[in-house]
Design a protein around this ligand. Structure first.
Ligand code: NDP
Length: 251
């Protein structure tokens, strides 16, 4: 019998990560999601994954804490077996504003989670995936943002910089892990309907104001980002590594 495909998704309790978890479960993957604080939300995602026929587990920890990341991988593997795919998704923006007015605390939290956290996850994935039999395909998908190239002036310059780091990480990891047969790619969402926006600004009209700047004329759905992630994880993408797919309505 072929080995089960196991995907670990950081920040899988809400938004894009939750959409990836549910789509993966429906396509035959077993799913480990990680989250930091919202147990209820994680339980709901688990229930949806299980009702799609997947084995699923939720592991709690902070990706910014190196020891937590090692434990998250240990717990996921203990429950589901060797991890063959990792979606490096957990991220925050911090409260929006001009850089000059932004606190050190906001910038540090964003860099700790989006850059250091992503690096701890990437390093752990680099250690474990080479040992995984998987189904032949072993992949890492880093969730970046179109902000990395747009710069997010007046709103989230530090966040855009953190995602620029993800783009470099993707290129380096892709080359480093290619000899192991592990593919590493990125997906760069544009404006996507998740709670990240409500958490970063009180400005309820912001998404609507940005809509005219999106060529397709609408905000994206988490499931639309998840489709690109699942494609990169699949054998259909067997010759794609070091790529970065924007899912941004053309923005
Ligand atoms: P959400 O705020 O909806 O979800 C974020 C997820 O990450 C939650 O599961 C949250 O869990 C988890 N998380 C946050 N901080 C940590 C941490 N320190 N340790 C572990 N888990 C953590 O965000 P989105 O789904 O919108 O964003 C997902 C990714 O997509 C991010 O990397 C984001 O930068 C990127 N992105 C999003 C865009 C958008 O428009 N939505 C656009 C471009 C990129 P908990 O609540 O338990 O902390």
């Amino acid at each position: 019998m072929p080995a089960r495909r196991v995907v670990l998704i950081t920040g899988g309790s809400r938004g894009i990560g939750a959409a990836v978890a549910q789509l993966a479960a429906g396509r035959g993957y077993d799913v480990a999601i990680t989250y930091r604080s919202e147990h209820e939300a994680a339980e709901q995602v688990l229930a949806a994954c299980r009702s799609a026929g997947a084995r699923a587990v939720a592991c709690r920890g902070d990706v910014a804490v190196e020891a937590d990341v090692v434990r998250l991988f240990d717990e996921a593997e203990a429950a589901l077996g060797p991890i063959s795919h990792v979606v490096n998704n957990a991220g925050i923006t911090g409260k929006s504003g001009k850089l000059a007015q932004t606190s050190a605390e906001t910038i540090r939290a964003c860099i700790d989670i989006n850059v250091l956290g992503a690096l701890w996850v990437a390093r752990e994935a680099s250690r474990r995936l080479p040992q995984s039999p998987g189904d032949g395909a072993r992949t890492i998908v880093n969730i970046s943002s179109v902000a990395a190239s747009l710069g997010s002036p007046n709103e989230y310059v530090w966040y855009a910089a953190s995602k620029g780091a993800i783009d470099s990480l993707t290129i380096g990891m892709a080359k480093e892990l290619a000899p192991e047969g592990i593919r590493v790619n990125a997906v760069s969402p544009g404006m996507t309907k998740t709670e990240i926006h409500e958490r970063s600004t009180q400005d309820a009209g912001r998404l609507e104001r940005l809509r005219p700047h999106i060529p397709l004329g609408r905000i994206g759905e988490p499931g639309e980002v998840a489709e690109a992630v699942l494609f990169l994880m699949s054998e259909a993408a067997s010759y794609i590594t070091g790529a970065n797919i924007p899912v941004s309505g053309g923005r």
